[in-house]
Design a binder for this molecule. Structure first.
Ligand code: BTN
Length: 257
């Protein structure tokens, strides 16, 4: 069981209020999107103890067993121009919250959080636009906290806080500190300059600059070296045929181990 009261006692952010908690639901992103369309306040959080149809990027599912991990979605209404910050502040906030419990995480474009090169957190952002203006964004976080066993297809690519630390971690405190980190970053996005922010991101991710990579995009593969983020948040790649920028795709590291 997740203790909503325990979480509320620890919450220091405005984000995460109101909270809609479900013992089980299909997907926190789907429910958050419905609430957003009904006009719920910014900062509304949907949290599930279990998801029966957790969603990942590119139509994949998200492994969501009961009682072990964090699955939650925030409804946000940033300025349209600040939307490009969202994927990056979300992963930075997770990295900072993990740092506070002694875990050094790396960030892999666009917003995977890795520990020992394995995924510990995935982030799914959905947006609703009208006439080029952002109506709302739903930012969904799936964090592997206390799960110790993964299905076969995830065994070599996923990890959890408990597997890494060798002990269980209280989800309530981790969620409270993550929301505070996210809120601190979110409050800066209308004033921080993009180049300043990109420099911060590059310092936090070993993948963003000078990393040999292969990018998989719908069956097409692109090889090169990363050169940071462009002004829309795309990943710049120096390839043998010149510089290219990708806005979607799966990044694989080609670093020598
Ligand atoms: C990814 O593929 O890396 C993104 C995974 C995002 C999973 C989270 S779990 C909470 C929220 N609800 C969902 O259905 N998906 C996101």
């Amino acid at each position: 069981m997740f203790s909503v009261t325990g979480f509320q006692e620890r919450r220091r952010s405005k984000l995460g209020d109101p909270i809609y908690y479900f013992e089980e639901l299909e997907s926190t992103n789907t429910t958050a999107e419905l609430l957003a369309r009904e006009g719920c306040p910014e900062g509304t959080m949907v949290l599930g103890n279990c998801q029966s149809a957790g969603r990942g990027r590119k139509g994949a599912g998200w492994f969501s067993p009961a009682g072990l991990n964090l699955y939650f979605s925030l409804v946000l209404r940033p300025d349209t121009a600040s939307l490009r910050f969202l994927p990056y502040i979300a992963s930075l906030a997770v990295q900072r919250a993990l740092q506070q419990i002694g875990i050094d995480a790396d960030l892999k474009w666009p917003n995977d959080v890795l520990v020992d090169e394995r995924k510990i957190c995935g982030i799914l952002i959905q947006t609703a636009m009208e006439d080029g203006r952002l109506l709302f964004a739903v930012v969904g976080f799936g964090i592997n906290v206390n799960v110790l066993e993964f299905p076969a297809e995830l065994q070599d690519v996923a990890t959890s806080v408990a597997l890494h630390k060798g002990s269980a971690e209280p989800r309530e405190a981790l969620l409270a500190s993550l929301l505070l980190e996210f809120e601190r970053l979110y409050e800066t996005i209308d004033s921080v300059s993009w180049p300043e922010f990109v420099a911060e991101m590059e310092a936090s991710s070993s993948y963003l600059r000078d990393c040999p990579v292969r990018i998989l995009q719908e069956g097409v593969s692109l090889e090169g070296t990363t050169k940071g983020l462009d002004s829309f948040g795309g990943l710049r790649i120096q390839t043998a045929k010149g510089e290219k920028t990708v806005y979607a795709g799966e990044v694989l590291s080609c670093r020598k181990k």
